[in-house]
Ligand binder design. Structure first.
Ligand SMILES: Cc1cc2nc3c(=O)[nH]c(=O)nc-3n(C[C@H](O)[C@H](O)[C@H](O)COP(=O)(O)O)c2cc1C
Length: 196
């Protein structure tokens, strides 16, 4: 699993927010532990695969549907060049167009939003998608993966984007690099929020 040392500090799992269990604890469960009747969508952006690994883990544990936000014009393969381009986009307020995503939030109860950290913030392509969605009544969990900076401003970004949206904000998971499909921190995070 790719782990980039963007900053030297290592950080583990950070929990923010205080949303408790939203569903009855005695709800029926499948063999994998996922609750019957729970409809979950994971929407993520990932340039180098780390955030995609979190999406896969959530899918493996809950049976969630997974949707990847992509930019119409992809970022370059080369890592350093991507960081330079993203920096310039942020400085100049350039918003890269994203491809349409075939997800109907009206059909889900909970949404997991997962992003890489890009220059201390939630990556703009995911923010661009979040901005135009209707999250009213949804439980929304958030996650960032990072290269050493930890939580940074990613949770704040989600909180700002979702303020006044009617979403019920779950807790946030911070992941250094990527995860395996049976990652215990991911499992704990999902359970904390009543998704397992
Ligand atoms: C444009 C860009 C900016 C980044 N900025 C940060 C940062 O501010 N802090 C940090 O810890 N990691 C930073 N990273 C590293 C990524 O957050 C980290 O590798 C992440 O897990 C990548 O997720 P992905 O593989 O899903 O794209 C940056 C990476 C890129 C490409």
């Amino acid at each position: 699993m790719q782990k980039r040392h963007f900053l030297k500090t290592l950080a583990g799992v950070a929990a923010a927010g205080s949303f408790g269990r939203s569903f009855a604890a005695d709800e029926a469960k499948t063999e994998s532990g996922a609750k019957v009747g729970r409809r979950i969508a994971v929407v993520y952006f990932s340039k180098t695969g780390n955030t995609a690994s979190v999406a896969r883990a959530v899918r493996a544990m809950t049976g969630a549907d997974v949707f990847e936000v992509k930019t119409v014009k992809p970022y370059p393969e080369e890592y350093r060049r991507t960081t330079e381009i993203v920096k310039e986009e942020l400085e100049k307020g350039i918003i890269r167009e994203i491809a349409p995503l075939d997800v109907d939030l009206a059909k889900v109860d909970a949404v997991v939003l997962a992003t890489p950290t890009w220059w201390h913030h939630a990556a703009m392509p995911l923010q661009t998608w979040v901005k135009v969605q209707n999250f009213s009544g949804k439980l929304v969990l958030t996650c960032n993966t990072h290269g050493g900076g930890g939580l940074m401003h990613t949770r704040e970004d989600f909180e700002k984007l979702l303020a006044g949206s009617g979403a019920k904000l779950g807790t946030h998971l911070t992941v250094y690099g990527g995860v395996d499909e049976d990652d215990s921190d991911v499992r704990r995070w999902l359970a904390q929020n009543g998704l397992l």
